[in-house]
Design a protein around this ligand. Sequence first.
Ligand SMILES: Nc1nc2c(c(=O)[nH]1)N[C@H]1C(S)=C(S)[C@@H](COP(=O)(O)OP(=O)(O)OC[C@H]3O[C@@H](n4cnc5c(=O)[nH]c(N)nc54)[C@H](O)[C@@H]3O)O[C@H]1N2
Ligand SMILES: Nc1nc2c(c(=O)[nH]1)N[C@H]1C(S)=C(S)[C@@H](COP(=O)(O)OP(=O)(O)OC[C@H]3O[C@@H](n4cnc5c(=O)[nH]c(N)nc54)[C@H](O)[C@@H]3O)O[C@H]1N2
Ligand SMILES: [Mo]
Length: 767
Amino acid sequence: MLITPDRATVATHWGTYLYETGDERLKPHPIDPDPSPIGFDMLAAARHPVRIARPSVRRSYLERGADAGGDGRGREDYVEVSWDEALDLAASAYRQVISERGNEAIYGGSYGWGSAGRFHHAQSQLHRFLNCVGGYTSSVGTYSHGAGSTLLPHVIGSSDGLSGRHTSWERIAENADLVVMFGGTPWKNSQVNAGGVARHSLSTHLSRFAERGVSAINISPIRDDVPLGTRAEWLPIRPGSDVALMLALAFVLDEEGLTDTSFLQSHTAGFDVFAGYLRGSDDGQPKTPEWAAPLCDIPPDEIRPLARRMAKGRTFLMMAWSLQRAEYGEQPFWMLVTLAAMLGQIGLPGGGFGFGYGAVDGTGREAPIRWPSFPQGINPVKSFIPVARIADMLLHPGESYDFNGEQRRYPEIELIHWAGGNPFHHHQDLGRLTRAWRRPSTIIVQDHVWTATARMADIVFPVVMQVERDDISCSSRDAILTPSHRILEPYAGARSNYAILCGLADRLDAGQKFSEGLAEEGWIRRLYDQARRRLADIGREIPDFESFWAGGPLEIPGGDAGDLLGAFRDDPAANPLRTPTGRIEIASETIAAFRYEDCPGHPTWFEPESWSEPGLALISNQPNRKLHSQLEFGSYAQQGRPGGCEPARIHPDDGAALGIADGATIKLSTTRGSCIARAVYSENLRRGVIQLSTGAWFAPENPDDAQPHCLAGNVNAVTRDKGTSRLAQGSVAQSCRVTVTPCEGTLRRLDVYTQAPVTRPRSATDS
Ligand SMILES: Nc1nc2c(c(=O)[nH]1)N[C@H]1C(S)=C(S)[C@@H](COP(=O)(O)OP(=O)(O)OC[C@H]3O[C@@H](n4cnc5c(=O)[nH]c(N)nc54)[C@H](O)[C@@H]3O)O[C@H]1N2
Ligand SMILES: Nc1nc2c(c(=O)[nH]1)N[C@H]1C(S)=C(S)[C@@H](COP(=O)(O)OP(=O)(O)OC[C@H]3O[C@@H](n4cnc5c(=O)[nH]c(N)nc54)[C@H](O)[C@@H]3O)O[C@H]1N2
Ligand SMILES: [Mo]
């Protein structure tokens, strides 16, 4: 076993922390100029009563196996069993499904963030195991930017500028005059990055903007989407209407001759097709500022000067990922690229566009090498779904649906295995997911705590937390490699994902294939050595594993991707884009040929269907005090829930009109379900919206309700489950309106954060 040094580091998705022997809390690591408080209480969290202590099986599943059916999920209690018993039960379910239905009947998408670490990455562990036993139905895309990552390859030939190869913050800060931020760059979101954060840097970048006098404009329903200390102008736009505003900006550029026509001619395709729509020769409606104003709630006399300002100097257009997590979510991204193309600064230093600058820390940084990761192997099964279509798949097996030009069929799923995600936190319309989830015959979940998803499983395997295992951390685009040390013994009977899957693979005759005969330490050393060799290949030396392990974060100077599409700008003939025309496709013949009425061949304004629902527009953005639902039971997240309720921000004028006082308990309802929250008055929100972030644990008052009422405030009790369009089928989490009413009576005590649903521990063994 690896030895933990006296000054240990813990490298998480929310930052790198320091632990010295005897400490009760983690401390910020000196390398980090702007640490996140999310991680300080991780040691206490690791000893919390909602930890899963031992393998547990839903009562009727233990009695009758897969014949028990799924109706008892979410309604029954759990019985603790030995590791051998639990693994044997899971292995026999696997054998039965594989022999009777084939591997396609296993859903292993297992979407979710899990924990940081190149080796213990839960999803990679599960995927490798599944590939070793014949494969599985997988998922493609993300909840983060499923619409964007499907659309952008049609428009610019890749997803550059979305999840990597961004123009760096430094280039923008040094060259731009004006930065327009659709959806802002919230500090709360830049606390995290998948795989780890060594140095949080949003604050540093924004102070450089201030020093150079770069103007920033925050176009968002929420003022503090740009940190309040930043000198940013605020245009409080109506949510879901950014395409209308951008069309009006484009209209002014076109009308006033401010468009870079030579860039459009040399680097883009289809502007004339789009211009017919913009000018109204197609549909009789020119997209003027007067047309857009009632849609986006920004007056024409603010839209016109903004278009002129954009054309005057070096302008960078940023857009948050959340804008595409909405009905017709492909359109704002396509329109942003179009607007940037009309300004003609794409590829110039600090000009052009990019997505997600505030979504996570580290946007615009590039790794020196491709960091090694735990190898998943190859999935022999070709069946997949767009990730956010899970409930559709379970409710409509065999039915056809459209996706990115293909007509596909949903597979029939008999077994679901999840490790490192919490679909009963993350999916929309959880009442619908509950009905869907009761269909398969076996559900296996690995987690460290009794999440809503664990409480909806048949077989539950307890997993060690990050502070209970060793690993190496680094986000895939960062340049700082950090040891993450084990500082606590595993809780009760918990095991690592690796140990659990080794046990299962052994029982399915795939043990050697899965482990290659290596113990955990062997894999960690192997991954480090791979990194060391890849770095040596580019002339960079790093110490041997022992010195790395005893030391702290290791910084290898990384790179900078240059300006997004810079090479293409310099010479489009020599560096064409991977689109059919080799150019930026303002209109796409490929997409037009799909004939999707909800995603035609050029950027188009659609009024969201959700606008016809009653109530306030709901913004279910990312939470400030946690990463999604993780550590929600811990003290830092719970301190953000005074009175046991998740805060929902609302403008005082809306509160007064609805008879809701500041601090009152409220109910948010739709036809799909409802949830409880506490009203918090704020003038940092535009009127007509309410903000309830994600992350509360799903705690339906009655598991039999078709429209669940969530007592903990999980916003997905009310949201809509539908695809962005037939093109990308992404999540539309942000398109929802809710009726808000005062909530009378006393609140029922919530036990999801304090109690395990295990009522009759059998003489449990930790073996
Ligand atoms: N309404 C609404 N819904 C949304 C969004 C929104 O904007 N609005 N955003 C969406 C987005 S972008 C995302 S990415 C999703 C996030 O959704 P998820 O990624 O599913 O959320 P997490 O809470 O991070 O879930 C991770 C789970 O893995 C567990 N875990 C952590 N480490 C390990 C490990 O090592 N092994 C195992 N086995 N388990 C581990 C944690 O305890 C937790 O239960 O939510 C989506 N849902
Ligand atoms: N602390 C913390 N940070 C996180 C996460 C977390 O759970 N906790 N999750 C991480 C993950 S998985 C992801 S994918 C990223 C997501 O990153 P984003 O998708 O950018 O995050 P959101 O918080 O959903 O949205 C950012 C802001 O967009 C604004 N917005 C919403 N709708 C509209 C609109 O129609 N128009 C305009 N102009 N603005 C709008 C909202 O005011 C919101 O605060 O965040 C990551 N960062
Ligand atoms: Mo995400």
